[in-house]
Design a protein around this ligand. Structure first.
Ligand SMILES: [Zn+2]
Length: 361
């Protein structure tokens, strides 16, 4: 097995940038999460800079952006803002940036509308969300916590841009004399855009491909019967066909070489999760019985929703494959049971251990 290579050992200090490929600059912004940073990128065009991803909302990120504007742009203006997807660390300052510079905002259609809707969700819990959580055996205390939660998207993003320019899979953006092709991944978010430049051999991968952590792929209460793991695995595969010497510039952790290896490791990781779940379901299981199969560490309250969502995502794909059956008991709880005639012959890969806990990206 080939391991990944990390060409840059140090990330740029806050408020500064580092050139990682001709015309491509890397910068970091802080996040108030266990994963304490996001990587953002600047692409130099002939007449200004494109910003790729924007940081979470709030004054701290804006102060750091001011330092970047003052010192790092070589006298050129900002000419466009692009967000790979709708999560607050990526889209949090998009509205602020686009207002400030009166520049266009680029995003895929599903991400733009999902961001607009999710940032305007009302307080409280819908009956559909409550039903989803109850059927999956969520503890009453956690349901109450979610009912009064203030972790809404609107508290983490500046008011979003009111208009956008649509990115589509396969489209090419001409930036700095190079073509950047839009590649779309689904499953982590609805229509996540990555930018690939064949001439530079660079992939801006967003949250799609990250070294060391797999992004959260969750069934959310807003679409309780979704099958995001199927979308995730299917749309991830083409990234494994890009050239082996592609420099991957992800939204978290360090840039790396080893894209093909990383893609096949991520796919194997999820397939292993599914084998482990199948094995655990040889007798009917509640979701709460299955969380320790995937996550080895005790989950703190902030991780429960993601852990449940990710576990359900694996179960839904197994259901679609006809390998797991789900039944709603008279007690109102779902139970999952293996229906796979070949389960005795299936094994997880050598060294598979599950995850410590779900990743907050
Ligand atoms: Zn994300």
């Amino acid at each position: 097995m080939v391991s990944l290579q990390y060409p840059f050992e140090q990330s740029p200090p806050p408020g500064t940038t580092m050139e990682v490929s001709p015309g491509v600059r890397w910068l970091r912004m802080p996040l108030p999460l266990a994963l304490d940073h996001i990587n953002l990128y600047l692409l130099r065009d002939d007449d200004g800079w494109w910003i790729v991803d924007t940081g979470i909302g709030g004054g701290k990120t804006q102060e750091l952006w001011e330092q970047i504007f003052a010192n790092e742009l070589d006298g050129l203006p900002i000419k466009a803002v692009l967000s790979t997807h709708m999560h607050p660390d990526h889209v949090g300052q998009a509205g602020w940036l686009c207002e400030r510079f009166r520049v266009p905002f680029y995003m895929t259609r599903a991400e733009f509308y999902a961001a607009r809707v999710m940032s305007e969700m009302p307080d409280g819990l819908s009956w559909t969300s409550e039903q989803y959580m109850r059927r999956h055996g969520t503890a009453e205390a956690h349901i109450e916590r979610m009912r009064s939660s203030k972790m809404r998207m609107s508290s983490m993003v500046e008011p979003l841009p009111m208009a956008y320019r649509r990115l589509r899979a396969g489209q090419r953006l001409r930036i700095g004399g190079h073509d950047w092709k839009i590649m779309v991944g689904e499953g982590h978010s609805p229509e996540h855009a990555c930018l690939y430049c064949a001439e530079l051999g660079v992939l801006l991968s967003g949250d799609q491909v990250i070294a060391g952590i797999t992004p959260n792929v969750s069934v959310m209460p807003t679409e309780p019967e979704a099958n995001p793991m199927a979308d995730w695995l299917q749309t991830l595969k083409p990234f494994g066909d890009l050239p082996e010497d592609t420099l991957v510039l992800p939204a978290h952790r360090l840039p790396f070489y080893g894209l093909r290896q990383r893609v096949s490791d991520i796919i194997e990781h999820h397939e292993d999760h599914m084998v482990a779940l199948e094995k655990a379901c040889q007798r009917p299981q509640l979701l709460s019985d299955l969380l320790p199969v995937l996550f080895k560490r005790e989950l703190d309250p902030s991780q429960i929703t993601m852990a449940q969502g990710e576990c359900v995502a694996h179960l839904h794909l197994l259901m679609e494959r006809g390998l797991i059956a789900r039944e709603l008991g008279e007690d109102g709880l779902y139970r999952f049971r293996t229906t796979d005639p070949d389960i005795a012959d299936k094994h997880t890969s050598p060294g598979y251990q599950g995850d410590d806990s779900p990743h907050m990206v």
